[in-house]
Design a protein around this ligand. Structure first.
Ligand code: SAH
Length: 239
């Protein structure tokens, strides 16, 4: 159905978009119509004179909660015919965003992304509109917009035609379950630090081996969790 990849973002701060997404890789892809961005103000779905989008939490407590009726109306009016795009809600309670999920989203026809504000959204709209909660990390933002920008940045760079073949990151962090090896460029010596000799040797097999070792060392030191998962994966393949 949707051609090209179309991201609909529902937000109370539409002026935050495209923001960083109109620059560099994602920005060029937007210009080339490889993807489209449809930004909607949730407030436009409010029906009362004050255009109210939030109310006090049932049961008491601080802050405000986004109203289910207004948010659902905003989602419904953003749907396109036969819309089967994943519907996401940016949320610190959600599934952690990983490169695996990013790849999955890049294969979809597009995304519908709801950005929360205040204390969050009424639980019933999450259920009633089948929203999949996605978190960008174990910390709390003041709103879902920066999270949606991160998610879209990661997804858009994987869309066909966005990255050139050379830059398309065969050996990128996470693609092998490992963190990336160290990178260097000219000058050959800088502040008394030299580029590792092997990288200047022209011996591609040696360079490949050095990069692999470095990637493994960095992953072991910095992310024992990834290292364990990587080793378990290997054992499984060998079994
Ligand atoms: N009271 C909530 C936090 C609300 S933060 C709680 O304790 O869970 C306000 C909004 O910011 C959320 O509705 C969500 O859309 C967004 N947000 C905050 N942290 C986020 C994170 N780590 N990942 C994705 N979205 C986040």
């Amino acid at each position: 159905m949707l051609q090209p990849f179309t991201a609909t973002v529902l937000t109370l701060y539409p002026e935050m978009f495209p923001g960083p997404l109109c620059h560099a890789l994602a920005g060029r892809a937007l210009e080339k119509d490889i993807w489209r961005l449809d930004v909607r103000n949730i407030r436009d779905a409010a029906t009362d004179r004050h255009r109210t989008v939030d109310d006090t939490p049932a049961g008491g407590g601080p802050g405000m909660v986004m109203k289910p009726d207004v948010l659902a109306a905003a989602i419904d009016s953003a749907l396109m015919p036969e819309d089967n795009r994943p519907r996401l809600l940016m949320s610190p309670r959600g599934e952690p965003l990983t490169q695996k999920l990013v790849r999955e989203f890049a294969r979809a026809p597009g995304l519908i992304i709801v950005c929360g504000r205040f204390e969050g959204v009424d639980e019933r709209v999450i259920e009633g509109r089948n929203l999949r909660e996605i978190s960008i990390g174990d910390f709390v933002l003041s709103g879902g917009e920066p999270a949606a920008l991160c998610l879209l940045d990661a997804v858009v760079r994987l869309l066909p035609g966005v990255m050139g073949k050379r830059e398309s990151g065969d050996w990128e962090t996470f693609e092998h379950g490992l963190l990336e090896y160290p990178q260097y460029t000219r000058p050959r010596e800088w502040e008394g630090r030299a580029i590792p000799e092997v990288l200047l040797s022209g011996n591609h097999a040696e360079i490949e081996r050095w990069r692999r070792e470095q990637a493994e060392r960095i992953t072991r030191e910095r992310r024992p969790d990834l290292w364990e998962a990587c080793r378990r994966g290997k054992d499984k393949n060998e079994a």
